[in-house]
Each structure stands twice: as C-alpha cells, then as structure tokens.
Design a protein around this ligand. Structure first.
Ligand code: PMP
Length: 410
C-alpha cells in the first residue's frame, strides 16, 4: 500500500466534493502535468507547495504578488486593519486615501471605485460606458480575456446569445479592423475595450501599437464611445500611471486588479470626469467590496511601488531573466521566442503550437529543478525577484535545458 503525497490526497478529496476538482483557469485538467495543484505558503520570490517543495516562482499567484509573497510593509498595513476589523458597516478611511492615491497616480483618473475581482471591474466599466452613452455596442478584440462574466467568459457553456448580443469584434493592434467594427456598430457604439497589451493565452504576446492606440482614442473621441483599458493583468507592474501611458494614449475608463494590493482581494475602476455621473447612478455593489484590509494593503502596495520604482526594478530583472533564458536556449540548440514586457514574459519554443509541447516539457524540467514557470500563460516577476534570485533561477533553468536537450536526443 503506497501512501499519497499531500497534493495527491487533496486532489482525490477535491475530486469528490468540488466539480472538476477545481474550477476556471485552475481546473484540475488545466494544471500542467507534474505540477502541484495545492500550495501552503510563499515568501518573497518563493512559493511552497502542499508537499513542502519550494520553488523560485515566476507566476506570482497569477499576477497579484508584485512586491513578493508576505511583503512586510503591505502585511503590516493589512494586519493593522485586521486587528481593528475588516468588514464593518461601512468603509474605513483607507477607502478615501486609496481613491486619492489612485487619482494622483493615474493621469486619466478623476475618480476611482472599488470591487473585488477583475471581472467586477471590467463589467462595471462596460456598464458605466453604456449608462453614460445610452448606447449598447461594445467592441472586444478577438481572443482577448476580460473576465468570467456571461458577457466575456471564453466558454459559452451556460451563456445565452442574448448575453453576448451587443458585442462586436476587432483584431488587436489592427486599426483597420477596429474602424470596420466601429462602422458596424453605427450609431449604437458604447465602448471599445482594449487589453493593456496583447496577452492572449498560448499566443505570442505583443505591445500595444502606437498607431492602433492613437486610432482607438480618435475613434472614441469621434463617436463619443468610451475607451476602456483592461489593465487588470498588467496594471501596477509596467507603468504606475497605466500601461497605455507607454504609448501616450489615455483611457476614459480603466479596470485594475491583480497587483493593486499585493495579493489582498481588490479591484478598481478609474474614470474620467465625463463618466462620473453615470458611475454614481448605476447600481454595483457586493457584500465584501468595502472591507478595509485590502484597501489598507493597496495604499501600502502603491506607495511601496512608487518608493522602489517597482516597474523599473521588475523590468531590469525581467530583462536579465529573458536574456539568460535565450542564451541558454541557443546554447542547447533550441529556438525560443520570449515575447511580452520583460516583467510579464512568455517563452514559446519554435514549432510549438498553442499547447506548447516542448514548452511544457521545459517547464516540467524547470519545476524538477525548483523553478515554477508557465508554458502558455504569461509569467510575472515581482520586486522580490532581485539579481540574486534571477541568477539562482538561471542556474536551475540551465539544468532544465540540459535535460530537455538530452531527452530530445534519446
Ligand atoms: N482582465 C484581464 C486582462 C485578466 O487577466 C483577468 C484575470 N486573469 C481579468 C480581466 C479577470 O479578473 P478576475 O479573474 O479577477 O475576475
């Protein structure tokens, strides 16, 4: 009789009482083979699975960990509020402080409101756009992810065609296709929603093209539609003012989440003056949307990102990691494409399709060496990924490339 590892035991028990063992992007079937599903802790750039294995982590909890796991500055702020109470009859003073900090930090923002998840924020942006314009059509890039609500979930199971009735599609970074979609919407255009950059699952990533971004702004200005930037995944990692600051284009409405509070549950919508009144009139809320702890954590996170110049640190580490990986790949005879911003890289092997066969094998080898990577979803660096962590990670990925090359020969 062999005994199960804690992870295996948890999976077996989960399979009995949780549909599919786990749901959404973490559903049991989607976890790369050999990867642990359950974790028990993390510190800095390292995460520990339920079996007690520790890894240098390049997923950062799928984005939230921007200052590293268990960041003391953020946790001190959060624990201070926990000691006083989290959910109360109304918000704590942190709400106003956080809204002020976001309005100061984000150039397009004249106001902010808060929710829990990225989907809450993208959905609220669409509602505010429709309420302001009194129009219905929303243009979405093909293949882009904006959350798991009926209007945007990538799975149509359980979704009605009515839920999607007023969506029209364009291709990201293709101004002509956006123009065509705007024309198709005619007089009924409420919003154009754009990803911060092209980060579709399994696909090579690309930065927003300046001409595309400028065209999107001009089309919204001409029609009165809202330009919504979905900065849920990239926000607070690349540019504290918002990802499209890099291309000199400002949103009317932006959705934020993931990195905003270093892992405490929070999302936000920021908006321009023209959208304030509708934002005040629509009805959006949630039992846990006013809790003080995540807001205290967000104030500390954003201040700390300013103090450290977090985006520059993550960019530098990301560049060192990317350069190391591409040199190793070349030395071992693999052609890889490292795309996306340095702090949010994706590595694809030449010849791999969206399922990334070689990529998955490489990640499995890296995991065995104690480095947690992902082969299909962009990865994330944090400010805890300093030069020493990157050097150690590269020593381990060197071993993973060696093993991958050996497997290829046999
Ligand atoms: N938009 C983008 C770009 C995202 O990456 C995500 C989450 N991966 C969402 C929206 C939805 O956020 P959440 O899962 O917190 O609802």
């Amino acid at each position: 009789q062999h005994s199960l590892t804690p992870d295996q035991d948890l999976r077996q028990r989960a399979a009995r009482v949780i549909p599919g063992g786990l749901w959404g992007h973490q559903r049991a079937a989607a976890v790369p083979r050999g990867y642990p599903q359950f974790f028990k802790g993390g510190k800095g750039a390292r995460v520990t699975d339920a079996n007690g294995q520790s890894y240098i982590d390049f997923m950062c909890a799928w984005g939230p960990m921007v200052l590293g796991y268990g960041n003391e500055v953020v946790d001190r702020a959060a624990l201070g509020q926990i000691a006083m109470g989290d959910s109360l009859n109304g918000p704590t003073p942190h709400l106003v402080e956080l809204a002020e900090l976001m309005v100061e930090t984000i150039p397009h923002a004249d106001w902010a409101m808060f929710q829990k998840n990225g989907t809450d924020a993208t959905t609220a942006c669409v509602t505010i756009a429709r309420a302001t314009t009194q129009k219905r059509k929303v243009l979405v890039a093909r293949g882009a992810y904006h959350g798991a609500a009926p209007w945007c979930t990538p799975s149509l199971l359980g979704v009605t065609s009515e839920d999607r009735a007023h969506l029209l599609h364009y291709d990201y970074n293709d101004a002509e296709s956006l123009k065509a979609a705007v024309a198709e919407a005619g007089e009924d255009l409420a919003a154009v929603i754009v990803s911060a950059f092209k980060h579709d699952l399994g696909k090579v990533q690309s930065a927003p093209d300046r001409d595309f971004a400028t065209a999107a702004r001009a089309l919204c200005d001409a029609t009165g539609a809202a330009l919504i930037v979905d900065d849920v995944r990239a926000g607070f990692r690349l540019n504290l003012g918002g990802t499209w600051e890099e291309v000199g284009v400002r949103a009317d409405l932006s959705a934020w989440s993931k990195a905003i509070a270093n892992g405490y549950p929070l999302s936000a919508v920021t908006g321009a003056e023209r959208f304030r009144e509708a934002a005040a009139q629509i009805y959006v809320t949630g039992s846990f949307w006013y809790g003080g702890t995540p807001m205290a954590a967000a104030v500390a996170t954003i201040r700390e990102l300013h103090r450290l110049n977090g985006p520059a640190l993550m960019k530098a580490s990301g560049e060192a990691f990317r350069q190391g990986l591409s040199e190793q790949a070349a030395r071992h005879g693999f052609e890889v494409d490292l795309s996306g911003p340095a702090a949010m890289p994706l590595m694809k092997f030449a010849g791999d399709d969206e399922l990334s066969t070689l990529g998955e094998q490489f990640c499995q080898q890296a995991l065995a060496e104690g480095v947690y990577l992902h082969h299909r979803h962009n990865m994330f660096l944090s400010t805890a990924h300093d030069a020493a962590v990157i050097a150690e990670a590269l020593e381990r990925t060197e071993k993973a490339f060696t093993a991958l090359a050996q497997n290829r020969r046999t």
